[in-house]
Design a protein around this ligand. Structure first.
Ligand code: 0GY
Length: 318
């Protein structure tokens, strides 16, 4: 009787899932920004991926990324002049928060975490996440990233985390806000919106879609990440005027949010930039985008230091 051939010499690396086709790796040698970040600057939106051999990706994931380790993240932050970070659980890790927690633990208190949790998480597990530095959970409404949980489940999670003083990070597309807004209004915690609610930047900044988002922010005191120009941009990164002025089609949207809500805005790199297939941003250029959206020193300090410190390290001096 014949038997299947036994693979000899197979290593753990041979068993790793291959990257999703078309996926671009993070930018290998980011430029040094011209804009000097203020001391204590916080990257309020970044991720770690794996490394897969150590922290396997979730079976239910919608993509398989390249590795992006905590050490690579911390090295980028050193290069850019970033002091602290908020590491957001990436959907490729599902509700297994181990890689994110490992990075937060290794940061020595300079990182906080945003977790993904299921409604059946125990109170003891929630308390352990809190002790480890988690300050919120993320609800993702993009079907290409995660199967959206029923709203009853999300409401149950929200009720469970509210007593911890955590907040909820919402990731949705601008076009979906009308359908989701009522539900968001029922959430019992502070709310943080990723990437300005993903506006369609081919529409006017004074148009109905972004207007609706701005009023949502105003009525609910929502925090807004003015992040991800590279993901929202149609014109792309071209820095045409020699001033490293990239993503000029997105900047007016971000500037508008910063001007209207200077005390509610956060900034982040979104490193390692999941799911990009047309171009990968130079993270140095993303730092040079900041003074185009927060134009005064006071706005910059609020965006980069005072606001994220208030939300993630309340009471700590900066
Ligand atoms: C982002 C955006 C994306 C992905 C994720 O967790 C994730 O997989 O957040 C995306 O594909 O738009 O914020 O990193």
């Amino acid at each position: 009787m014949s038997s299947l051939p036994v693979s000899r010499g197979a290593t753990a690396a041979d068993r790793l899932a291959p990257k999703t086709p078309g996926w671009l790796d993070w930018y290998p040698n980011p430029s040094r920004p011209l804009f000097e970040l203020p001391p204590g600057a916080v990257d309020a939106h970044c991720h770690v991926f794996g490394p897969q051999a150590e922290f396997p990706f979730a079976p239910e994931r919608k993509y398989t990324p390249c590795d992006a380790s905590k050490d690579q993240l911390f090295a980028l932050h050193d290069h850019l002049g970033i002091s602290r970070s908020v590491i957001v659980q990436a959907t490729c890790h599902g509700a297994d928060n181990s890689a994110m927690l490992d990075a937060v633990d290794a940061s020595g208190g300079t990182a906080r975490g945003i977790a993904t949790v299921r409604p059946d998480i125990t109170d003891a597990e929630l308390r352990a996440l809190d002790a480890a530095g988690v300050r919120g959970v993320r609800f993702t409404f993009l079907r290409r990233l995660a199967d959206t949980a029923p709203k009853d489940d999300l409401a149950a999670i929200a009720a469970r985390i509210a007593p911890l003083g955590w907040h909820i990070v919402l990731y949705f597309e601008g076009a979906d806000l009308p359908e989701l807004e009522d539900f968001f209004g029922t959430l019992p915690t502070p709310v943080v919106v990723d990437h300005m609610g993903r506006p369609d930047v081919t529409e006017p900044v004074d148009g109905p879609q972004f207007g609706r988002f701005l009023r949502f922010v105003e009525h609910n005191d929502v925090w807004v990440k003015v992040s991800c120009p590279e993901r929202l941009s149609v014109t792309g990164p071209a820095a045409l005027d020699g001033q490293r002025n990239a993503y000029t089609d997105v900047a007016p949207f971000a500037r508008r949010v910063v001007e209207e809500f200077p005390d509610l805005v956060l900034w982040g790199t979104d490193w390692p930039h999941p799911n990009l297939t047309d171009h990968m941003p130079d993270d140095g250029l993303l730092v040079d985008y900041v003074p185009h959206v927060a134009v005064t020193t006071e706005q910059q300090h609020k965006l980069l230091v005072a606001n994220p410190m208030r939300l993630y390290w309340p009471g700590e001096a900066y």
